[in-house]
Design a protein around this ligand. Structure first.
Ligand code: G3P
Length: 223
């Protein structure tokens, strides 16, 4: 399973990258706003995406904000020209699906975002999306089951050998990651906090403490 970090914050990306387990990055307009607020100034979108791409050797999703076919195509081409790592994020709307079809024919990689149903995922794959992003946490927020959505997408894609990669998004906690991995999602994109939680276990901490205590006592034992 590939691990992507879901942030536009360069410091967070650097921290995850330093762990040596980072395969890519996903950003969106809200995350650009957050990173700009943290920086105390409006970050230049294209420059910022370039900076992320220079840092991480993997797919970096950058989202369009146009909602018409023409606007999406224009923005997508400009974003794809920033760096070979860029994957253009396109919303799952009618004009977005049309654009995904055209972009895939141009060889531009697309992450189809804001997926909340299996039929949306099926259409995105048929249109040629490189990635589909089911939003697990936001489905859960509606008192529905994000993991059931993911399972349905996994099954439908497997039934027809669809090549679109399943990118589990809107991940809120490690159980989302475990269940996504068990279902065979290709990618999990998650905030830095969730990446860090993946390696936590109190028995590891307790065991290490005991080992170090015993090691000290071992060293104090006369030869
Ligand atoms: O990048 C899209 C997705 O992961 C957003 O997550 O937490 O805003 O629902 P969230």
């Amino acid at each position: 399973m590939k691990f992507f970090i879901d942030t536009a914050d360069l410091e967070e990306i650097r921290e995850a990258h330093d762990m040596g387990v980072l395969d890519g990055v996903t950003t969106n307009p809200s995350l650009m706003k957050k990173a700009s607020q943290r920086a105390g100034r409006r970050l230049d979108f294209h420059q910022h995406i370039f900076d992320i791409c220079e840092l991480v050797d993997g797919d970096v999703s950058a989202e369009v904000t146009g909602v018409t076919y023409a606007a999406i195509m224009e923005e997508a081409k400009a974003l794809a020209a920033i760096h070979s790592n860029v994957v253009v994020k396109v919303p799952l709307i009618l004009d977005g699906i049309k654009a995904i079809n055209s972009l895939s024919k141009l060889g531009i990689k697309v992450n189809c975002t804001l997926c909340f149903s299996p039929t949306q995922a099926l259409i995105a794959a048929k249109a040629g999306a490189t990635y589909i992003s089911p939003f697990l946490g936001r489905v859960d927020d509606m008192s529905a089951d994000g993991m059931q959505l993911l399972q349905e997408v996994v099954t439908i894609y497997a039934n027809y050998g669809l090549e679109t990669q399943i990118l589990a998004a809107s991940i809120r906690h490690p159980v989302h990651v475990v269940k996504s991995a068990l279902m065979g999602a290709h990618v999990a994109t998650m905030p830095l906090g969730v990446i860090k939680k993946l390696l936590l276990h109190p028995l590891t901490d307790r065991g290490l403490k005991q080992f170090l205590t015993d090691w000290d006592q071992y060293k104090q034992t006369p030869r």
